[in-house]
Ligand binder design. Structure first.
Ligand code: SAH
Length: 347
């Protein structure tokens, strides 16, 4: 049994089965044994790979997007450039590098990172230096104009699951015997027998807070994650270790646990907070519209054969319809007064 497995067993023995959101928070964020707290999980030797780690082009195009958004905000002389869950700090590094095309951007940007893991904070500091501040949540980010980005952050924020059996709703939970069900008061929810509904109250709370910020300060939030554009039933919870799917309750604390993001629910939460939401698009549509192929061609023209191959592979990975291109979606929320940022709202 893993050290976290022992702690979970004690909690369950004392308090009974726990809902999945509590299980997920302990597995990912337990101060000592949580999955993210003491390791660098990214890359070929890690457990999974994310878009900023696939190619610098991903972050560069988001940097260009941020520069254009800052321009559309009227180039405020100071603004908060916020990233949620910055991982190794690669995305922010590439954003800052690429945004140099816009004079004044770097001097105006105050970089704020929301990160719970001390290990990852250390890696971020190595990459980004000390002119960056860290936060446990967005609540402590100072007021002011804001540009916020989040890539593969919301999939790691815990969810609850409910399942309908014989006309009654149950909540999925983890007990002494592993996964189980407990009766739930959810009788008005729509759904057929066997349906699994996922709810992500913590995600919605964070997104509503972002919406409130955008309502009171000029800015935009770019949210990228894998998930669906419309709310639909289905069990999307997954655990991953060394690039393989594993059982949710296998070796707690040793695998990444995530679930798909419901962009319809996220959009509603942004609007509830007071932001404007523009129709979400696929990562493929976003990156191609931002000039992925042109940028890849430029890098390729200066590279040797082997690097060209790696680049071509990276491009396919980011936008391929069977790879990240369609599964990943990009959503933007803006302050009510701002025009729809390119490439959202283009046919
Ligand atoms: N954006 C990065 C990393 C994605 S992994 C990339 O694309 O490579 C998820 C990141 O969110 C990690 O940095 C993890 O430590 C952080 N994280 C997860 N849950 C969090 C929470 N509740 N509060 C703050 N950070 C969290």
């Amino acid at each position: 049994m893993t050290p976290l497995g022992k702690i979970l067993a004690e909690i369950i023995a004392a308090e009974g089965p726990m809902p999945l959101d509590r299980y997920m928070s302990l597995c990912l964020g337990h101060p000592v044994h949580g999955y993210y707290m003491s390791r660098d999980p990214f890359g070929a030797r890690g457990d999974f790979i994310t878009a900023p780690e696939v190619s610098q082009i991903f972050g560069e195009l988001i940097g260009v997007w941020c520069a254009a958004a800052w321009d559309a905000m009227g180039k405020p002389s100071q603004f908060n450039l916020v990233e949620l869950g910055p991982g190794r700090g690669t995305l922010m590094t590439d954003i800052l590098k690429a945004a140099k095309v816009m004079p004044g951007f770097r001097d105006a940007a105050r970089v704020h990172l929301v990160e719970m893991s001390p290990t990852l904070r250390r890696l971020q500091k190595e990459k980004l230096g000390t002119e960056v501040s860290w936060h446990d949540s967005i609540a402590s980010i100072p007021d002011g104009p804001i540009l916020l980005v989040a890539n593969e952050f919301f999939d790691a924020i815990p969810i609850r699951q409910f399942e309908k059996r014989e006309g009654k709703w149950f909540e999925r939970c983890v007990g002494a015997e592993g996964l189980g069900l407990m009766p739930a008061a959810l009788d008005n929810a729509q759904g057929a027998g066997g349906d699994v509904l996922e709810f992500a109250p913590q995600r919605l709370e964070i997104v509503t807070e972002i919406g409130r910020r955008l309502a009171s300060h000029k800015g935009a939030a770019l949210i990228i994650d894998y998930g669906h554009l419309q709310t639909a039933p289905g069990d999307t919870l997954q655990a991953m270790r060394a690039h393989q799917y594993v059982e949710l309750t296998d070796q707690p604390g040793e695998s990444d646990i995530t679930s798909h993001v419901d962009f319809e629910a996220l959009g509603k939460a942004l609007v509830q907070g007071g932001a404007r939401v523009h129709l979400a698009i696929t990562q493929r549509a976003f990156l191609l519209a931002m000039g992925l192929e042109r940028r890849a061609a430029i890098l390729s023209s200066k590279a040797d054969g082997k690097t060209q191959e790696i680049l071509a592979r990276a491009v396919a990975r980011l936008v391929g319809e069977q790879e990240m291109g369609h599964l990943f979606k990009v959503m933007v929320g803006t302050s009510p007064g701002l025009a729809t940022p390119y490439p959202f709202g283009t046919p």
